[in-house]
Write a protein that binds this ligand. Structure first.
Ligand code: LFR
Length: 488
């Protein structure tokens, strides 16, 4: 009998059924729907009711396929965004998209009240203007009236969980993305929030990943035809689910979860909160099975996604496959960018932003689509190497192998570049790591899988993986030096 995962990413959402049989997990994509943010005068929002509508449609189709045999469902989404519920649980506004510009400058405002080091020592989370902490500050500053009506803050997956089950609760992995959670005390960082004048009373209780939060609301069960299925909080943060499904056997590996973002890091038992991780702006997000993810957010295939969207707008719609083919033909290692430069967070015209950066840094300006995409992919691989080196330094050991998981691993060029830039073998796959991790944590919650180690063994047996050999070359070494200089 299958479990059902809802995996929502920045571009699309999917309902994926997973069946566990004799130590193997098989996946079936039941339904896929677009996730299209909507810009209205006050800002950029997620169309959250439409998303829930689509998720119910996914459930309906899963019921049509499997009858009432579904065991459970669980939702994972991206991090940091949330909805506010008011009296009688009314959703007070459409949740904002983390790329909305209203948090600009608020990190610096916060530091005036609680210094950067102190925020880090409370939370262990890297500083990004998108973090829920600065979004909540934006609410206080820009919509205090509405905020004062709020009773509960629910992170995106917690909000969908509430829509499905009627239960208001948070989950550890998604709570950790807020920069409002203290991993040392295991509670919300209320002292810090008080100092910032933020209402900690909005924050619900936090459950560990793999908690059965409740049952489907009778109305949802009736409308979708689903029977008595339970609602589970998996690793509700998509990256937590993806990393739970890294098919690693040994301990010394780097993972890269590749999608709109590239999350580059290692799994640790305790958060690493010290001067080094603070100055490198690394993060310690909550993981599954009592782990933390010491990692760095690297702007991932967003660079290419946005180029594609810009060219589409200009009447030249190309697929990712076509763009990668053009990149393959372009000259290698000509120009590099820092993918995490603020200019790339949400520009109106990504190709122009990339060209502008190259011009300003005195490099040859990529002209063709192939040149621009190649520059983006090579720069990502170089940034991965930079993170790898820093992590090896922090941990005092060599990370022998890189596991790349997620949709981005379908881009073979990126996997190959990563092996060349780092001089480490890259094991790519599974593409569906997030869904697999979500489903396997459901199996753990229902006591059908014992541990993360067992879950990873199941992943190793269930999916085809592709290895890219390590081939360090002179030109990559040269370019890496130039890249490091660029980072300053
Ligand atoms: C990846 C991800 C990252 C998070 C970013 C924004 O999908 O969840 O982990 O930093 O989205 O929420």
């Amino acid at each position: 009998m299958p479990y059902l995962a809802f995996d929502l990413g920045a571009e699309s959402g999917r309902a994926i059924a997973g069946t566990l049989r004799e130590g193997r997990l098989t996946l079936e994509e039941i339904y896929r729907f677009p996730n299209e943010p909507v810009r209205v005068p006050d800002g950029l929002h997620w169309d959250v009711l439409r998303l829930f509508h689509e998720m119910q449609e996914g459930l309906r189709r899963a019921v049509a396929r499997y009858g009432t045999g579904l065991k459970s469902l669980a939702v994972d989404t991206w991090g940091v965004d949330f909805g506010l519920l008011g009296e009688r649980d009314v959703l007070l506004a459409n949740p904002y998209h983390y790329r909305d510009g209203r948090t600009r400058g608020l990190m610096e405002e916060a530091f005036k009240v609680v210094p950067r080091e102190e925020i880090f020592s409370h939370t262990g989370i890297q500083f990004m203007p998108i973090n829920s902490l600065y979004q909540l500050l934006a609410w206080r500053q820009q919509q205090p009236g509405l905020l004062s009506q709020a009773r509960t803050l629910l992170m995106m997956p917690d909000l969908f969980n509430f829509f499905f089950s009627g239960i208001k609760a948070s989950e550890f992995t998604i709570a950790s993305t807020t920069q409002m959670y203290n991993p040392r005390t295991g509670t919300w960082a209320t002292g810090m929030l008080d100092k910032l004048g933020l209402p900690a009373t909005l924050l619900p209780a936090i459950n560990p990943p793999g908690t059965i939060t409740g049952r489907l609301l009778p109305r949802v069960a009736r409308e979708t035809g689903a029977g008595e299925i339970v609602v589970i909080a998996p690793g509700s943060h998509d990256t937590a689910s993806a990393v739970a499904a890294v098919p690693a056997a040994g301990p010394d590996y780097l993972y890269i979860s590749c999608g709109t973002w590239s999350l580059v890091g290692v799994e640790v038992r305790e958060p690493v909160i010290n001067e080094q991780t603070l100055s490198l702006n690394f993060t310690n997000e909550g993981g599954v099975g009592g782990t933390f993810r010491l990692l760095k957010n690297v702007t991932g295939l967003w660079l290419v996604q946005e180029c594609r969207r810009t060219w589409e707008r200009q009447g030249e719609a190309l697929s990712y496959g076509e763009l990668t083919a053009l990149a393959r033909e372009a000259n290698p290692l000509t120009t590099v960018i820092d993918p995490d430069h603020p200019a790339f967070l949400n520009p109106e015209d990504m190709p122009a932003a990339i060209q502008g950066y190259c011009r300003e840094t005195g490099q040859p300006v990529p002209q063709t689509k192939g040149e621009i995409v190649r520059c983006a992919l090579e720069s990502l691989a170089l940034k991965y190497r930079w993170v790898l080196e820093k992590l090896e330094d922090i941990l005092g050991k060599k990370l022998e192998v890189i596991h790349m998981v997620g949709g981005g691993t379908q881009n073979e060029l990126l996997c190959r570049f990563t092996a060349s830039a780092t001089g480490r073998p890259v094991v790519a796959g599974p593409v569906e790591a997030t869904a697999a991790g979500n489903l396997l944590v459901q199996a753990m919650a229902l006591e059908e899988v014992e541990s993360i180690a067992e879950a990873r063994e199941i992943v190793r047996h269930s999916f085809a993986l592709k290895t890219y050999e390590a081939v360090k070359t002179g030109p990559w070494e040269e370019k890496y030096k130039a890249f490091v200089k660029l980072l300053g």
